[in-house]
Write a protein that binds this ligand. Structure first.
Ligand SMILES: C[S@@+](CC[C@H](N)C(=O)[O-])C[C@H]1O[C@@H](n2cnc3c(N)ncnc32)[C@H](O)[C@@H]1O
Length: 220
């Protein structure tokens, strides 16, 4: 594991937490979201997959429906997105998803046991294209230092992006961790099918290539 520490004043990987919400969204925040909120005492009896930055939650709700044998924990800092996912879960009567509303860094620090994850998904994170903003990108060494202790041996990490230069940087940082392998180990968990996401659609419209990167945790 590389050694890096968080800067004293943490740099945020997101630009907005709340947007203007419709009355229906506000109602969902008050009445529906609380039923799905994650707490560290939550009892989970299936392999747990963390989805970081699920946006409006459509792809995560799709996966929860397709994969009832998994339990999903969606982390999202954008309140209208958390409210939307909660509403989708209620409409589809899905019980295999919890929502961690807030910064995933705090979730990892305070609300998630070590060695509990069978998989981690980061689909189309904000690319922060300007060089002076690269430090705000989510997937880099200091974040991996926080995330990896929560992954079980054989857990997958699935990253997808339409931003070529971010993908190159991610590949390089992942390759610098000896405990990660680009080949699935025999005891590794198969990554789940990734549905097309909203941000993927945007990237495709802009003519960007989509890149998926998969690694597995090898540590015992
Ligand atoms: C570009 S969107 C992608 C949404 C979705 N995965 C998709 O592909 O359509 C990135 C999302 O990550 C969320 N996000 C960024 N940093 C985060 C953090 N530190 N904790 C939780 N969510 C975060 C943002 O609020 C945003 O909704």
């Amino acid at each position: 594991m590389t050694q890096s520490t968080y800067p004293p004043r943490r740099i945020k990987s997101f630009a907005r937490c709340a947007g203007r919400m419709t009355p229906a969204q506000k109602r969902a925040v008050d009445e529906v979201l609380p039923q799905y909120l994650w707490s560290k005492d939550a009892v989970v009896d299936k392999p747990l997959v963390l989805d970081i930055g699920f946006g409006m939650g459509h792809s995560l709700a799709w996966q929860a429906e397709q994969y009832p044998q998994f339990h999903f924990l969606g982390a999202e800092v954008f309140m209208p997105g958390a409210a939307r996912l909660a509403t989708l879960l209620q409409e589809k009567k899905l019980t295999n998803v919890h929502i961690a509303y807030g910064d995933v860094v705090l979730l990892l620090k305070e609300q998630l046991p070590v060695q509990c994850l069978a998989g981690v998904q980061i689909f189309f994170p904000d690319p922060w294209p300007k060089k002076r903003h690269h430090k705000r990108r989510l997937l880099q060494g200091d974040f991996l230092d926080r995330l990896l202790p929560h992954m079980k041996a054989g857990a997958f990490l699935h990253f997808a992006s339409d931003w070529a230069e971010y993908c190159l940087a991610v590949k390089a940082v992942l390759a610098s961790y000896p405990m990660l392998s680009f080949e699935k180990p025999l005891f590794g968990v198969d990554a789940l099918e990734r549905p097309k996401t909203r941000y993927e659609d945007r990237g495709v419209v802009q003519g960007h290539d989509i890149v998926d990167i998969l690694v597995w945790s090898k540590h015992e």
